[in-house]
Write a protein that binds this ligand. Structure first.
Ligand code: PLP
Length: 231
C-alpha cells in the first residue's frame, strides 16, 4: 500500500470510530469535527488526507506550521489550527494564518492575538486551553484564572471565543480520561453553556471515544491517522 493510501485508510477508520462513538452517545456524528494533527509529518501526508476530504489540520509549533502552510498554499479551503503553546512574540505570524488558536491560556495572549488579527482585518477564533487537572508545569489556564480569562476573551476585539480545549493527564486506561472531559464540559456549563462556548476540543488518539461520549465537538487526532511520530 502506498503511504497515501495508508493515510486515507486510517482517516476512514478514525471517522468510523468517531461516528460510532457519537451514535452510542446518542449524538449526531456531524456534531463531532475531526482535527487531523499533522505535527512532525511532512506536506505529503497532509496532501493525502486533504485529497480524501480532510480540511482541518492541527500543528503545535509555529515555525513548522509556517513552513508547512507555505508548502501547501495551493490547497484551497484547508484550515490550520494551532494547538501548541504560543509565545506572544509569535502572535503576528499566526494571526493571519490560522482559523483558530486552541491553546490560548493568558490575557496577554488574548490581547496580542486580538491586536494582530485586527491589524490584518479579520476576527480570529480562539479556544481557551484549560489545565483541568491542575498539573504542575502544564500549559493551560488555571481553574482559578478561568473566569477572568473568559471575560477578557469575550471583551477583546479581533478575537471570538469559541470554547474550551484541554489535554488531560496521560493515563493507560482511556476510561480514566473521562472525568477530565466531564470536568471541561462542566466548566462550559458554568460559563454560559453551548450558546456562549459552542466548542469543546478534547480527545486524542488514545481517548477519542471517551471524549465524544463526554460531548467533544472537536477531537484532535494525530497518531491514528498519520502513524507514530519520529522523536
Ligand atoms: C500531538 C497532539 C495531539 C494528537 O495526539 P495523538 O495522540 O497523536 O493523536 C492532540 N492534541 C495536542 C495538543 C497535541 O499536542
Amino acid at each position: 500500500m502506498t503511504s497515501e493510501a495508508k493515510v486515507q485508510d486510517a482517516l476512514d477508520a478514525v471517522r468510523t470510530r468517531l461516528d460510532a462513538a457519537a451514535r452510542r452517545a446518542g449524538r449526531d456524528p456531524s456534531a463531532v469535527a475531526l482535527l487531523a494533527v499533522s505535527k512532525t509529518h511532512g506536506p505529503d501526508a497532509v496532501r493525502a488526507a486533504y485529497a480524501h476530504g480532510q480540511r482541518d489540520f492541527g500543528e503545535n509549533y509555529v515555525q513548522e506550521l509556517v513552513t508547512k502552510a507555505a508548502a501547501l498554499a495551493d490547497l484551497v479551503g484547508l484550515r490550520w489550527h494551532l494547538i501548541g503553546h504560543l509565545q506572544t512574540n509569535k502572535c503576528r505570524e499566526v494571526a493571519g494564518l490560522v482559523a483558530t488558536v486552541q491553546s490560548v491560556d493568558s490575557e496577554r495572549l488574548v490581547k496580542e492575538l486580538g491586536r494582530r488579527a485586527t491589524a490584518t482585518g479579520r476576527t480570529l477564533e480562539i479556544l481557551i486551553q484549560v489545565n483541568v487537572a491542575c498539573e504542575a508545569q502544564k500549559s493551560g489556564c488555571d481553574l482559578a484564572a478561568l473566569p477572568q480569562l473568559i471575560a477578557a476573551a469575550q471583551g477583546t476585539p479581533g478575537v471570538r471565543l469559541r470554547g474550551l480545549m484541554t489535554v488531560p493527564p496521560a493515563v493507560d486506561d482511556p476510561v480514566e480520561s473521562r472525568r477530565w472531559f466531564d470536568a471541561l464540559r462542566g466548566l462550559r456549563e458554568a460559563h454560559g453553556g453551548e450558546v456562549l462556548l459552542p466548542d469543546l476540543s478534547m480527545g486524542m488518539t488514545h481517548d477519542m471515544e471517551e471524549a465524544v461520549a463526554a460531548g467533544a465537538t472537536v477531537v484532535r487526532v494525530g497518531t491514528a491517522i498519520f502513524g507514530t511520530r519520529d522523536p
